[in-house]
Design a protein around this ligand. Structure first.
Ligand SMILES: [Cu+2]
Length: 141
């Protein structure tokens, strides 16, 4: 048996040799490890980043330029800025019940409604935003 110290190799080279052997051993065992059948949890599906036009949770993405009918009670009318705040019921396939402001396509739509009125209205989604395109008083408070 030949000991490494008996070889005519300088001490620093022997160290390098040992380090190399260690590296090879480590690499080999790592390779074996990665060939083992995977027992770990199933791969996690990548979560796609939500598109800008996704609907609220539980609702499909809004269909552009499709009229969505809604019902609610007017909370506030702002004719100068052209919006109306409505406490609305669920708008089917668009959003759950909530109180929110809608910009109106035409400010004159707000001429005949005031806070407290129960209304039917129409919402249209466009690439540039959400518009209230029609509003009709059903009953006054
Ligand atoms: Cu809403």
């Amino acid at each position: 048996m030949i000991l490494s110290s008996e070889l005519n190799v300088p001490a620093n080279k022997r160290m390098k040799l040992r380090a190399t052997l260690l590296l090879i051993t480590l690499t080999a065992s790592l390779c074996l490890a990665c060939r083992q059948p995977q027992q770990s949890a199933p791969p996690v599906k990548p979560t796609p980043s939500p598109p800008n036009v996704s609907g609220p949770p539980g609702f499909p993405p809004p269909v552009m330029n499709k009229p969505y009918p809604g019902t609610g009670v007017v909370a506030k009318v702002n004719r100068n800025e052209g919006y109306v705040e409505i406490n609305h019921e669920e708008i089917k396939d668009l959003m759950p019940a909530m109180q929110m402001e809608f910009n109106v396509k035409d400010k004159s739509l707000l001429n005949d409604v005031k806070a407290g009125d129960k209304v039917n209205f129409t919402i249209v989604e466009t690439e540039k935003g959400e518009w209230l395109t029609a509003i009709k008083k059903v009953s006054a408070p």
